[in-house]
Design a binder for this molecule. Structure first.
Ligand SMILES: NC(=O)c1ccc[n+]([C@@H]2O[C@H](COP(=O)([O-])OP(=O)(O)OC[C@H]3O[C@@H](n4cnc5c(N)ncnc54)[C@H](OP(=O)(O)O)[C@@H]3O)[C@@H](O)[C@H]2O)c1
Length: 405
């Protein structure tokens, strides 16, 4: 549909399918790289043009991820160099409404309510090379409209609010890929989940339960332990009880000895939780350098350590004899593809996995949401209202009714 509307205010909608010429967006530019309160600035931007395999969505809510902070900092890389524009709109999670479809898009139509997975294909149909939409591409979700590939769309679970639906994609689809597709967890297995109250961990626990496996969640506070248990963990361990377990660069022989004692005590705590002297079949890793030696040691014979990140450092040091002698496997995993995201999303639609949104910010608070993440004040997953005028709305009908009031 051609547009005769120049732009619409944030929190309002043009008629369905009518595309304004310009849109409000939070824009990152190299000249203001820095902390999120500085780097995220609202601007009126030209509307995205879409190609044949692309879709324009009206964003209703957007999830906050650390990659938005990195984009704004211009570190560890200047991500604008990946897409070549002089500006960047961050945001790799969204819920919204299909507003315009490219000529080659068959499965989606204007008005469909959707969530988005962020696996953006470099050469759709020709290779599975991926980039992360809203990080390595410039057209993310902290804007009234966003441009995605048709293959990135998933049906929005109807029972979820816009803000809940925008909160889970990146972390949940990653955890699902790690456990279901890469580690292939089986009913009856036990899984050690580092960061059990973190973005990935809250979903790892729920997935273990859905798969008939038992999750032992590692956390660092009573409040986080409570959250992990409420999500279905079989048991929790507070890592603060085992400070010597962490690998530290340049450790002395004395520290190494203490680390082994701590690892054994940690293993014994696992036996206590399981009620038998057995190790876990799978370790869910993303902490990296500090915990990796323990993860390799704590896995059972023939066990799997599945890893997607390295919060504490990616140069890993561990005793490889613990790997080969007991024939364990280290499995790398990175985000997810469309098929895996679709299967994961169905579990949400069926209520087997629930979003764990710990905070919801408004449009005006988008820079603050990222600043809070930068200052480590956030746990679990959080999202921001973008097009939705208030919290609690689940579809276009409810949203239009709320706008009329
Ligand atoms: N490859 C991918 O596709 C992909 C996708 C998503 C995320 N990631 C990566 O995965 C990592 C985790 O992501 P997230 O969203 O879950 O982050 P998050 O919400 O910050 O949670 C990470 C958790 O790790 C735990 N942790 C931090 N330092 C630790 C240490 N020294 N020892 C033990 N536990 C520690 C913390 O839990 P406690 O303090 O409660 O123990 C924290 O809650 C990040 O590095 C991220 O970049 C990769």
């Amino acid at each position: 549909m051609t547009s005769e509307i120049s732009s619409v205010p944030v929190g309002t909608l043009p008629p369905l399918g009518v595309v304004p010429e310009r849109m409000h967006a939070y824009v990152i530019r190299p000249e203001r790289f820095g902390e999120p309160m500085t780097s995220f600035q609202e601007e009126l931007m030209p509307m995205w043009k879409i190609g044949p395999d692309e879709v324009l969505i009206k964003v209703m809510a957007a999830g906050v991820n650390y990659n938005g902070v990195w984009a704004g900092l211009g570190e560890p890389v200047n991500i604008l160099k990946a897409h070549g524009l002089d500006h960047h709109i961050a945001g790799s999670d969204a819920s919204g409404i299909v507003w315009k479809v490219g000529a080659g898009v068959r499965d989606w139509k204007v008005g469909d309510e959707v969530v988005v997975h962020c696996n953006h294909l470099l050469e759709p149909g020709a290779s599975d090379k991926q980039t992360i939409w809203g990080y390595e591409t410039p057209d993310g979700s902290f804007a009234q409209f966003s441009r995605v590939q048709g293959q990135q769309l998933l049906a929005k679970p109807p029972s979820l609010t816009w803000e809940d639906a925008a909160s889970y994609g990146l972390t949940y689809f990653t955890a699902h890929r790690m456990l279901m597709d890469r580690a292939e967890i089986q009913p009856g297995e036990d899984v050690l989940v580092w960061g059990g109250a973190g973005g990935l961990g809250v979903f790892a626990i729920q997935l273990c339960k859905a798969a008939g496996a038992r999750a032992i969640a590692v956390v660092s506070s009573d409040e986080k332990a409570e959250l992990a248990m409420s999500l279905g963990a079989h048991g929790v361990i507070n890592r603060k009880d085992f400070p010597d377990l962490q690998y530290r660069e340049g450790e002395t022989p004395e520290q190494k000895k203490k680390r082994f004692i701590a690892m054994k005590a940690f293993g014994k705590r696992i036996w206590d939780i399981l009620g038998e002297r057995k190790k876990v079949e799978v370790v869910f890793e993303h902490v990296g350098r500090s915990t990796f030696p323990a993860s390799v040691w704590l896995a059972a014979d023939y066990g799997r350590i599945v890893i997607c990140g390295a919060t504490t450092g990616y140069n890993l040091t561990f005793d490889v004899r613990h790997l080969w002698m007991k024939q364990k496997r280290i499995i790398g995993s990175h985000f997810a593809d469309a098929d895996s995201s679709r299967r994961a999303n169905r579990l949400v639609s069926q209520g087997l996995v629930k979003p764990v949104m710990t905070q919801c910010f408004t449009w005006d608070e988008i820079p603050k949401a990222h600043q809070d993440m930068y200052e480590n004040k956030i746990h679990g997953t959080v999202s921001c209202l973008v097009g939705a005028p208030r919290r609690g709305l689940k579809n276009l009908e409810e949203t239009l009714a709320a706008m009329e009031k």
